[in-house]
Design a protein around this ligand. Sequence first.
Ligand code: AHR
Length: 537
Amino acid sequence: MNRRTVLKGGVALGASLVFARPSVFASVADSRIEVLLNEPIGTISPNVYGHFTEMLGAVIYDGVWVGENSKVPNTGGIRKTIIEKLRQIKAPMIRWPGGCFADSYDWTDGIGSPSKRPERGGFWRGEPNTFGTPEFMRFCRLTGAEPYFAANVRSLPALAFDHWIEYCNAPAEKSSLARTRAEDGSREPYNVKYWGIGNENWGCGGNFTPEQYSQEFRRFIAWTPSYGEPLKYIAAGPGGDDLDWTELFCQHTFGGKHAIKPKDVFGWSIHWYTWDLARGRTHDWDAAKGDALAFDLTDWYEVFREGDKVEYLILSNWNTLAQYDRDHQIKLAVDEYGAWYKPGSAVDPSHDLGQQITLRDALLTAQSLDIFNRHAEKVAIGACAQLINCLNALFLSHEDKFIVTPTFHVFDMYKSHQGAKAVRTEFSAPQVRYQRDNKPATFWGLKGSASVQGKTLTLTVVNPHATEPRDAEIALRDGSASSAEATTLTNADIHAHNTFDHPDAVSTVSTKVIMSGPLLRYTFAPASVTKLSIALG
Ligand code: AHR
């Protein structure tokens, strides 16, 4: 991180909370941000800043797991640098083993002596099972993250799920499976709380109808052994915006005489990939995708337009659930999100679904996290898809090469939102105007989120305009700043990305800014993500 101290456009305006008279500033600001410190939205669950690691391509093998005998520095087979980086960003939660992989996985293949574990065909490609539950749990313990497992609903019975819970959570003296866990390295129970009941069960997770999935869900969560650890179940939500799935699942699960209670369900999973950049010409899964690196200005903005749709999914699923769960006991788990481009930019051929990550993806990630923060009372879990060498990755690696991507920097900047109180924040800025298939199109000009932890206000802001800065007045309602620091992620080239040869091409710059009082001013660079850490005094 490059650190320098400069005098930026912040101005102290005394105790008054009215907006500055134009004469106070050298020129009139073009934008305005109002932070309503006394209007809390909810506490931002740290788990919103979670990650996803599927047994897919080079996510686990080569990404996380290099093996104990590797020349790559490792802790018991796990790549050392990824442990350090995940601790740096305070990774709160990691989802595993899928994804689609989960509903084809027999967890018993991945326990016991590694030399005796079977090789399987696997969902994506051959699965050696060197990395199983004990290794994943060590990864979680080393990084400080909470485990979030996805159970197999498509191809294993409910009893196998009970046994997985038993292996993880039963006291060592209680059962043979728990004794196997002790032999695998942990006499102490893992106390795994979060369990996804399948994954995308309208598709790879079994082609179920919502009625059938409701039946499976009810069967899987009924009378599971808890071993004193209250379990939190996450049900598989719809494909895209198919709210019929949500409605019918609710009807069959929570409606009528034989209903179960919403309180028995912790989360409703939503997946949203930003993949369809075809602007309506096609919605074909392959043809509609854009390129990770070769994109024009229209596709710069189109990614943000598509990414914004997750907010609609949050609101529409929340409202549909509300018909059956008036008190909103069921929270949302956006446990797969990020950009998904066509193949061709992976840093190594072994990286299935691998792609390069540019500044554009950093803005998309920041935009998504800001949306989750703005809905802190609704979203309890987030999992960026995926952690390393796949899709919206935070890291790219191959053997002893390892770099962080611009997405990593966003997680590093945004970590101060974890566990903080989200407060309502209003943004007003000139819209971005661009050409979309020879027709004028617009997009919002500035957006973000704000949260308070102790005496620190964290304000994160995305300026999507590729070339224009936004000069904003920032009004703190019911509060006042004593000092501030700005951290910015940007680059003169919107295609900028990190490579093994140029690992810091896209990186953050931190700046002390002179800012105080209830009315502040800051210029947000074009094509940027900015965090203002404001000391309230
Ligand atoms: O992240 C890749 C795949 O995308 C996951 O396996 C699946 O859940 C989703 O469709």
